[in-house]
Design a protein. Structure first.
Length: 263
Protein backbone atom coordinates (compact mmCIF):
# COMPACT_ATOMS: atom_id res chain seq x y z
CA UNK A 1 0.00 0.00 0.00
CA UNK A 2 1.47 3.31 -1.09
CA UNK A 3 0.52 6.92 -1.56
CA UNK A 4 1.28 9.17 -4.51
CA UNK A 5 2.97 12.39 -3.30
CA UNK A 6 2.53 13.94 -6.76
CA UNK A 7 -1.27 14.01 -6.67
CA UNK A 8 -3.36 16.88 -5.35
CA UNK A 9 -5.26 14.53 -3.01
CA UNK A 10 -4.17 14.78 0.63
CA UNK A 11 -2.20 11.74 1.87
CA UNK A 12 -4.70 10.89 4.62
CA UNK A 13 -7.50 10.76 2.02
CA UNK A 14 -5.44 8.51 -0.24
CA UNK A 15 -4.90 6.16 2.69
CA UNK A 16 -8.61 6.30 3.57
CA UNK A 17 -9.53 5.30 0.01
CA UNK A 18 -7.20 2.30 0.15
CA UNK A 19 -8.48 1.19 3.53
CA UNK A 20 -12.09 1.47 2.32
CA UNK A 21 -11.24 -0.66 -0.70
CA UNK A 22 -9.57 -3.36 1.42
CA UNK A 23 -12.57 -3.45 3.75
CA UNK A 24 -14.96 -3.60 0.79
CA UNK A 25 -12.98 -6.54 -0.67
CA UNK A 26 -13.19 -8.35 2.64
CA UNK A 27 -9.51 -8.17 3.54
CA UNK A 28 -10.69 -6.94 6.93
CA UNK A 29 -14.01 -8.28 8.18
CA UNK A 30 -16.51 -6.51 10.47
CA UNK A 31 -15.19 -6.71 14.01
CA UNK A 32 -11.59 -7.32 12.91
CA UNK A 33 -8.86 -5.17 14.43
CA UNK A 34 -6.71 -3.08 12.11
CA UNK A 35 -2.94 -2.73 12.51
CA UNK A 36 -1.85 -0.12 15.03
CA UNK A 37 -1.37 3.49 13.95
CA UNK A 38 2.46 3.23 14.15
CA UNK A 39 2.31 0.04 12.06
CA UNK A 40 0.16 1.67 9.38
CA UNK A 41 2.35 4.76 9.40
CA UNK A 42 5.34 2.56 8.62
CA UNK A 43 3.30 0.65 6.05
CA UNK A 44 2.43 3.82 4.12
CA UNK A 45 5.65 5.70 4.83
CA UNK A 46 3.89 8.64 6.48
CA UNK A 47 3.77 10.31 9.87
CA UNK A 48 1.58 8.84 12.61
CA UNK A 49 -0.47 12.05 12.60
CA UNK A 50 -1.43 11.38 8.98
CA UNK A 51 -2.73 7.92 9.82
CA UNK A 52 -4.57 9.34 12.82
CA UNK A 53 -6.37 11.80 10.49
CA UNK A 54 -7.30 8.83 8.29
CA UNK A 55 -8.73 6.90 11.22
CA UNK A 56 -10.63 9.96 12.44
CA UNK A 57 -12.16 10.43 8.98
CA UNK A 58 -13.22 6.80 8.67
CA UNK A 59 -14.70 6.88 12.17
CA UNK A 60 -16.89 9.83 11.21
CA UNK A 61 -17.93 7.96 8.07
CA UNK A 62 -18.87 4.97 10.19
CA UNK A 63 -16.35 2.61 8.61
CA UNK A 64 -14.22 2.17 11.72
CA UNK A 65 -14.80 2.16 15.46
CA UNK A 66 -12.12 2.80 18.09
CA UNK A 67 -12.22 0.99 21.41
CA UNK A 68 -10.06 2.79 24.00
CA UNK A 69 -7.20 0.65 25.20
CA UNK A 70 -7.93 -2.01 22.59
CA UNK A 71 -7.50 -0.61 19.09
CA UNK A 72 -9.33 0.31 15.90
CA UNK A 73 -11.83 -2.13 14.42
CA UNK A 74 -13.94 -2.45 11.29
CA UNK A 75 -17.47 -1.47 12.15
CA UNK A 76 -20.36 -3.79 11.26
CA UNK A 77 -22.13 -3.56 7.94
CA UNK A 78 -24.46 -0.67 7.27
CA UNK A 79 -27.98 -0.93 8.55
CA UNK A 80 -30.40 -1.01 5.63
CA UNK A 81 -33.71 0.50 6.64
CA UNK A 82 -37.15 0.33 5.12
CA UNK A 83 -38.99 1.96 8.00
CA UNK A 84 -40.93 4.70 6.28
CA UNK A 85 -44.74 4.50 6.27
CA UNK A 86 -44.99 1.39 4.10
CA UNK A 87 -42.19 -0.43 5.94
CA UNK A 88 -43.64 0.36 9.35
CA UNK A 89 -47.17 -0.87 8.64
CA UNK A 90 -46.47 -3.59 6.08
CA UNK A 91 -48.13 -4.44 2.81
CA UNK A 92 -51.36 -5.63 4.45
CA UNK A 93 -53.20 -4.33 7.49
CA UNK A 94 -52.36 -6.39 10.56
CA UNK A 95 -49.10 -7.56 8.99
CA UNK A 96 -45.94 -6.57 10.83
CA UNK A 97 -42.52 -6.77 9.19
CA UNK A 98 -40.26 -7.47 12.15
CA UNK A 99 -36.80 -5.99 12.32
CA UNK A 100 -34.08 -8.34 11.16
CA UNK A 101 -33.12 -10.91 13.76
CA UNK A 102 -29.88 -9.12 14.51
CA UNK A 103 -31.75 -6.01 15.72
CA UNK A 104 -33.24 -5.84 19.21
CA UNK A 105 -35.64 -3.10 20.27
CA UNK A 106 -35.48 -2.14 23.94
CA UNK A 107 -38.03 0.00 25.75
CA UNK A 108 -36.07 2.84 27.33
CA UNK A 109 -38.81 4.61 29.25
CA UNK A 110 -42.47 5.67 29.41
CA UNK A 111 -43.74 8.88 30.94
CA UNK A 112 -45.22 12.32 30.51
CA UNK A 113 -42.94 15.06 29.20
CA UNK A 114 -43.20 18.50 27.55
CA UNK A 115 -43.45 18.09 23.79
CA UNK A 116 -40.42 19.36 21.83
CA UNK A 117 -41.16 21.94 19.11
CA UNK A 118 -41.33 19.55 16.14
CA UNK A 119 -43.72 17.23 18.00
CA UNK A 120 -45.87 20.12 19.22
CA UNK A 121 -46.04 21.51 15.67
CA UNK A 122 -47.10 18.11 14.29
CA UNK A 123 -49.91 17.86 16.84
CA UNK A 124 -50.84 21.52 16.38
CA UNK A 125 -50.34 22.41 20.05
CA UNK A 126 -48.11 24.84 21.93
CA UNK A 127 -44.47 24.00 22.62
CA UNK A 128 -44.07 22.31 25.97
CA UNK A 129 -47.58 20.83 26.04
CA UNK A 130 -47.51 17.71 28.24
CA UNK A 131 -47.53 14.53 26.17
CA UNK A 132 -47.22 10.82 26.81
CA UNK A 133 -43.96 9.49 25.33
CA UNK A 134 -42.62 5.96 24.87
CA UNK A 135 -38.85 5.89 24.24
CA UNK A 136 -36.86 3.04 22.73
CA UNK A 137 -33.37 2.05 21.60
CA UNK A 138 -32.61 -0.43 18.81
CA UNK A 139 -29.35 -2.40 19.11
CA UNK A 140 -27.27 -4.82 17.12
CA UNK A 141 -24.88 -7.27 18.73
CA UNK A 142 -22.16 -4.63 18.88
CA UNK A 143 -23.77 -1.17 19.07
CA UNK A 144 -26.97 0.90 19.32
CA UNK A 145 -28.24 1.88 15.86
CA UNK A 146 -31.42 3.83 16.62
CA UNK A 147 -32.82 6.04 19.34
CA UNK A 148 -36.50 6.88 19.06
CA UNK A 149 -39.70 8.01 20.73
CA UNK A 150 -43.46 7.84 20.10
CA UNK A 151 -45.62 10.69 21.37
CA UNK A 152 -49.36 10.67 22.13
CA UNK A 153 -51.82 13.23 23.50
CA UNK A 154 -52.46 12.68 27.19
CA UNK A 155 -56.20 13.14 26.52
CA UNK A 156 -55.99 10.18 24.08
CA UNK A 157 -53.57 7.81 25.79
CA UNK A 158 -53.43 8.77 29.46
CA UNK A 159 -54.47 5.90 31.71
CA UNK A 160 -54.43 3.35 28.87
CA UNK A 161 -52.05 0.46 28.23
CA UNK A 162 -49.81 2.90 26.33
CA UNK A 163 -48.81 4.43 29.66
CA UNK A 164 -47.65 1.14 31.14
CA UNK A 165 -43.90 0.51 31.24
CA UNK A 166 -44.00 -2.70 29.25
CA UNK A 167 -43.25 -3.91 25.75
CA UNK A 168 -46.11 -5.19 23.62
CA UNK A 169 -46.16 -8.40 21.66
CA UNK A 170 -47.43 -6.58 18.58
CA UNK A 171 -46.70 -3.36 16.66
CA UNK A 172 -47.22 -0.19 18.68
CA UNK A 173 -49.76 1.21 16.21
CA UNK A 174 -52.04 -1.81 16.77
CA UNK A 175 -51.86 -1.32 20.54
CA UNK A 176 -52.56 2.40 20.08
CA UNK A 177 -55.59 1.78 17.85
CA UNK A 178 -57.15 -0.46 20.48
CA UNK A 179 -56.25 1.82 23.40
CA UNK A 180 -57.30 5.08 21.75
CA UNK A 181 -60.17 3.79 19.65
CA UNK A 182 -59.12 5.44 16.38
CA UNK A 183 -57.70 3.80 13.26
CA UNK A 184 -54.44 4.78 11.61
CA UNK A 185 -55.41 5.82 8.08
CA UNK A 186 -52.43 7.73 6.65
CA UNK A 187 -48.94 8.85 7.59
CA UNK A 188 -46.21 11.25 6.53
CA UNK A 189 -42.46 10.90 6.92
CA UNK A 190 -40.00 13.79 6.99
CA UNK A 191 -36.30 12.93 6.96
CA UNK A 192 -33.57 15.45 7.73
CA UNK A 193 -29.83 15.39 8.40
CA UNK A 194 -28.32 17.20 11.38
CA UNK A 195 -25.72 16.99 14.12
CA UNK A 196 -26.65 14.79 17.09
CA UNK A 197 -27.46 16.09 20.53
CA UNK A 198 -24.98 15.16 23.25
CA UNK A 199 -27.36 12.51 24.56
CA UNK A 200 -27.91 11.01 21.09
CA UNK A 201 -24.15 10.86 20.46
CA UNK A 202 -23.59 9.10 23.78
CA UNK A 203 -26.36 6.56 23.24
CA UNK A 204 -25.40 5.84 19.61
CA UNK A 205 -21.69 5.74 20.53
CA UNK A 206 -20.69 8.18 17.83
CA UNK A 207 -18.53 11.29 17.78
CA UNK A 208 -20.40 14.56 18.34
CA UNK A 209 -19.46 15.69 14.81
CA UNK A 210 -20.94 12.58 13.15
CA UNK A 211 -24.11 13.53 11.23
CA UNK A 212 -27.34 11.68 11.97
CA UNK A 213 -30.48 11.02 9.96
CA UNK A 214 -33.67 12.04 11.76
CA UNK A 215 -37.15 10.82 10.91
CA UNK A 216 -40.35 12.56 11.98
CA UNK A 217 -43.28 10.21 11.41
CA UNK A 218 -46.82 11.54 11.83
CA UNK A 219 -49.74 9.08 11.76
CA UNK A 220 -53.29 10.37 11.16
CA UNK A 221 -56.80 9.01 11.53
CA UNK A 222 -59.39 9.23 8.76
CA UNK A 223 -60.15 12.87 9.67
CA UNK A 224 -56.44 13.82 9.37
CA UNK A 225 -56.15 14.29 13.12
CA UNK A 226 -52.74 13.10 14.38
CA UNK A 227 -52.80 9.98 16.55
CA UNK A 228 -49.06 9.47 17.02
CA UNK A 229 -45.90 11.44 16.30
CA UNK A 230 -42.79 9.26 16.23
CA UNK A 231 -39.13 10.24 16.08
CA UNK A 232 -36.20 8.05 15.08
CA UNK A 233 -32.53 9.02 14.87
CA UNK A 234 -29.82 6.93 13.20
CA UNK A 235 -26.05 7.42 12.70
CA UNK A 236 -25.97 8.86 9.17
CA UNK A 237 -22.79 7.19 7.83
CA UNK A 238 -23.93 3.74 9.01
CA UNK A 239 -27.49 3.97 7.67
CA UNK A 240 -29.10 3.61 4.27
CA UNK A 241 -32.78 4.23 3.67
CA UNK A 242 -34.39 2.09 0.99
CA UNK A 243 -37.81 2.49 -0.60
CA UNK A 244 -39.11 0.18 -3.33
CA UNK A 245 -42.06 1.24 -5.45
CA UNK A 246 -43.69 0.62 -8.81
CA UNK A 247 -43.47 3.10 -11.69
CA UNK A 248 -46.82 3.59 -13.48
CA UNK A 249 -46.99 2.47 -17.09
CA UNK A 250 -47.56 5.17 -19.73
CA UNK A 251 -51.21 6.03 -20.28
CA UNK A 252 -52.49 5.24 -23.78
CA UNK A 253 -52.91 8.25 -26.06
CA UNK A 254 -56.58 9.27 -26.31
CA UNK A 255 -58.30 8.67 -29.64
CA UNK A 256 -59.24 11.88 -31.48
CA UNK A 257 -62.96 12.50 -31.25
CA UNK A 258 -65.50 15.24 -31.76
CA UNK A 259 -64.19 18.50 -30.37
CA UNK A 260 -60.71 17.01 -29.78
CA UNK A 261 -57.79 18.14 -31.91
CA UNK A 262 -54.15 17.14 -31.70
CA UNK A 263 -51.53 19.91 -31.94
Amino acid sequence: MTINPGTAEFPHRQIAAQLRERIRRGDWQPGERLPSIPAMAEMFGVAKQTVQRTVDQLRVEGVLITKPGSGTYVRGTRRRLNRLSRGRYGAHRGYHADLAARYRQQLAGVGREPAPPEVADAFGVRDGTEMLVRRHIVRTDDAPVEVGASWFRVTDAGGTSLERVEAFGRPLYQEAEEAIGRRYASATDTISARQPSREEAEILQIRPDTPVLHLLHVAFDETRKPIEVAQATWPGPMTTLTEEYRIPAPSPEPEPGPGLTLA
